[in-house]
Design a protein around this ligand. Structure first.
Ligand code: PEP
Ligand code: MN
Length: 354
């Protein structure tokens, strides 16, 4: 059930509706839009008695939501969500393309600082890097843990980047929440519902990666888990799905971007690195992602990829990243997006690399 407030409804009227929803034993989720506020209702087993709400002052309409997801739905909020970050003017979902880059894993202070400086120079506003790594083999590098998060936080101060890093369990989520600007939920945990609920109780934006065999509905339901706990700042991420092909590590499902646009107000970004699996295919996939309307790109970059402790083969060299940003700026112009970083190179005449 969804309550649409009048365009000129007052905050008091919205609060009174929320109070009534609570009295009925449900949870209200007020989501202000550009013109009016919508209040999603969760916690109801069956249909909510619309009459209990439709007569309250300021209420325009009470709508039954037929889809299994409510808060993520375009019915709830017709305009696109723009995710914002405390203490920064960076956004995800606005006109500006979000550029996130960094190594697969934080390996050392020196490694992260070298690459953070390069990606900041190249146009990233977000620094990625895992401190808790969900590896296929228990014998592979598992990440530096909290020490890695400390290095990420230091790099944020040194280079003015926002930190996005993965949480894989209850304990790591509490730590990531403390150190990072954005909590990443990885493909392998997209349906870890306990973890999604915990992320929903954080006030930090969440980057939710699509599971490697998840449908669009399953992705949206995972986002709904986060939102149902009161965290409305969710960014979806397409990172490739498992198919029969073996020329790329995963198959980048670019078609999900326009499909997502239709169904939800949440932003979606593309991870060409985990889709490609090989460096030479990363940039073309990133270009495709922006061309199809993604809100940004998250990409792996390493200064010495041959010695990387994870995903070296798919990591770009910093120069490739900088050139890619130039390409994406040009493609962005065609699809109505801007890319204003690095600021010193805004007017540089970027050449689409071969
Ligand atoms: C990552 O971003 O390093 C990662 C592990 O990604 P995914 O969850 O998409 O495999
Ligand atoms: Mn990786």
């Amino acid at each position: 059930m969804l309550v649409l407030m009048n365009v000129n409804a007052t905050d008091e009227q919205t609060q009174a509706v929320c109070k009534r929803v609570e009295e009925l034993g449900y949870r209200p989720h007020p989501l202000p839009g550009a013109t009016r506020c919508a209040i999603g209702i969760t916690g109801n087993k069956g249909a909510v008695e619309a009459d209990a709400l439709s007569q309250l002052p300021g209420v325009a309409e009470v709508i039954a939501v037929s889809k299994p997801y409510k808060l993520v739905s375009r019915d709830m909020k017709s305009e696109d969500t723009v995710v914002r970050f405390e203490g920064s003017d960076a956004t995800v979902g606005g006109e500006e393309l979000a550029m996130m880059a960094g190594p697969c894993s934080v390996e050392s202070h020196d490694q992260l600082f070298r690459v953070a400086e390069k990606v900041a120079e190249g146009g990233a506003r977000f620094l990625r890097g895992g401190a808790f790594k969900p590896r296929t083999s228990p014998y592979a590098f598992q990440g530096m843990g909290e020490a890695g998060l400390e290095i990420m936080a230091e790099a944020r101060e040194a280079f003015g980047l926002l930190v996005v890093t993965e949480a894989i369990c209850h304990e790591s989520l509490a730590l990531v929440d403390q150190y990072a600007d954005m909590i990443q939920i990885g493909a392998r945990n997209m349906q870890n519902f306990a973890l999604l609920k915990l992320a929903g109780r954080s006030r930090k934006p969440v980057l939710l990666k699509r599971g490697m065999a998840a449908t669009l509905d399953e992705l949206l339901m995972a986002a709904e888990y986060i939102m149902s706990e009161g965290n409305y700042n969710v960014v979806l991420c397409e990172r490739g799905i498992r198919t029969f092909t073996d020329h790329t590590r995963n198959t980048l499902d670019v078609g999900i971007v326009p499909a997502v646009r239709k169904l939800t107000h949440l932003p979606i970004i593309i991870d060409p690195s985990h889709a490609a699996g090989k460096r030479d295919k990363v940039v073309p996939l990133a270009r495709a992602g922006v061309a199809v309307g993604a809100d940004g790109v998250i990409v792996e970059v390493h200064c010495d990829p041959d010695r990387a402790l994870s995903d070296g083969a798919q990591s770009l060299y910093p120069e490739q990243f900088a050139a890619m940003v130039g390409d994406l700026r040009k493609i962005g112009e065609i699809v109505g997006r801007t890319l204003s970083y690095p600021q010193s190179k805004i007017h540089a005449d970027a050449v689409v690399t071969k």
